[in-house]
Design a protein around this ligand. Sequence first.
Ligand code: FES
Length: 161
Amino acid sequence: MSNTVGTEACLDTKALDEILGSIPDVGGDDLVPILQQVQKAYGYLPKPILMTVSERTGIAAARIFGVATFYEQFHLEPHGRHTVRCCRGTACHVRGGPGIIEAIKQALGVEPGETTEDMRFTFETVACLGTCFLAPVIMVNNDYFGNLNARKIKSILERYT
Ligand code: FES
């Protein structure tokens, strides 16, 4: 993974100014909505922007980073337009999950946790997608694909541009 889009060097705080300006009397209770808006504006949660949030709101940086890392919805690194989540749980594992992970790695050219150079996909593995009856299963954004085999992966990913 490597990408220069959205790197910290080219960040400006205009969007953050607007976000914080739209919230009167910013306090700790506003943290999650602020982070949601920051992520929407920047595509992820850039560390310098989070430090600026801390300076301007008085919310401790440790608390901000604690919340940012606790919730799965938040990303501290640039994130692709589409998220591919592959289950690595037991039910999927025994029904060919490792082969699915390998097929995704080969199709995208990235490891789990990484984003493709063109920012099209971020690939993640998760402990269980909660649909074990579909094993092996992946999600692309909010779409489930179950009873998979490695041959189906390429055509599934091609649907997402
Ligand atoms: S183990 Fe794969 S969805 Fe639960």
